[in-house]
Design a protein around this ligand. Structure first.
Ligand code: E4P
Length: 215
C-alpha cells in the first residue's frame, strides 16, 4: 500500500521523505492557500525532492479550462498527476487528458457510481473522501469497500486513493480492504510510526545498557 502526505508544506514532505516512508503527495487549493506561497514554486520544490507522485488540482470548472490547466500542470514535472473534480465537465476533461497520457486523479468523489465513472474515463487515481462522509454520519469505509469490489469485478486499473483520512484507524481499515493508496495529514503519518510501548521499551533498554560494564 502506498502512503501519501496530504499537504503543501515542503517542510512536512521533506521530513517524511527523509524517513523513507513517503510514496507521494496530494495537494488541494485549501492546502496550497494555507502555505501562502506560489503554487508552481511549491510544486517544483516538492518534485525536486524526488517524490514520484504529486497531485496538483485544476481550478477551472469548464472542460476546456480544465484541459488547458491540466496540460500546463503536467508540463511542470513528470511526477505531476492532475487533480480534476468529479463533475460532468471534469469527466470530459479527464477523458481528454488521460487520452493524451496525462495521469489524472479524480477528486471530490463521494459515491461508488462516481468512482465507476472515473474508471471509465481512464483516471489513474480515484479519490473518495472518507472523513467528510463520516462527518455526515455515513461510514466512509463502506464506500472504499464498494469501490474496491467494483474495480476488482471489472479489472479497472484505476487506483483507489483513500482521501480525507483523519486518524490511523482509517489507514488500517483502508489497508485491510486492499485500497491502493491512503493520503493523510502529517500528524496522522507521525502516529503510524509511534507506539507508547516502543518508547517505554527503548527507554528501558537504554537504562539497562548503562549497567553493562564498558571496556
Ligand atoms: C485529498 O486529495 C484531499 O485533498 C483531502 O484528503 C481532503 O481532506 P479533508 O477532508 O481533510 O479536507
Amino acid at each position: 500500500m502506498k502512503l501519501f502526505l496530504d499537504t503543501a508544506s515542503v517542510t512536512e514532505i521533506r521530513t517524511m521523505w527523509n524517513v523513507g516512508i513517503l510514496d507521494g503527495v496530494t495537494t488541494n487549493p485549501t492546502l496550497v492557500a494555507k502555505e501562502g506561497r506560489k503554487f508552481e514554486e511549491v510544486l517544483r520544490e516538492i518534485c525536486a525532492l524526488g517524490v514520484p507522485s504529486v497531485s496538483a488540482e485544476v481550478v477551472a470548472t469548464d472542460t476546456a479550462g480544465m484541459v488547458a490547466e491540466g496540460r500546463r500542470l503536467r508540463e511542470i514535472h513528470p511526477s505531476i498527476y492532475v487533480k480534476v473534480p468529479m463533475t460532468s465537465a471534469g469527466l470530459a476533461a479527464t477523458r481528454t487528458l488521460a487520452g493524451e497520457g496525462t495521469r489524472v486523479n479524480m477528486t471530490l468523489v463521494f459515491s461508488a457510481n462516481q468512482a465507476l465513472l472515473a474508471a471509465k474515463v481512464g483516471a489513474a487515481y480515484v479519490s473518495p473522501f472518507i472523513g467528510r462522509l463520516d462527518d455526515q454520519s455515513q461510514d466512509g469505509m463502506d464506500l472504499i469497500r464498494d469501490i474496491v469490489t467494483i474495480y476488482r469485478n471489472y479489472r479497472y486499473p484505476t487506483q483507489v486513493l483513500v482521501a480525507s483520512v483523519r486518524h490511523p484507524v482509517h489507514v488500517l481499515e483502508a489497508a485491510k480492504l486492499g485500497a491502493d493508496i491512503a493520503t493523510m495529514p502529517f500528524g496522522v503519518m507521525e502516529k503510524l510510526v509511534q507506539h507508547p510501548l516502543t518508547d517505554l521499551g527503548l527507554a528501558r533498554f537504554l537504562k539497562d545498557w548503562e549497567k553493562v560494564p564498558k571496556a
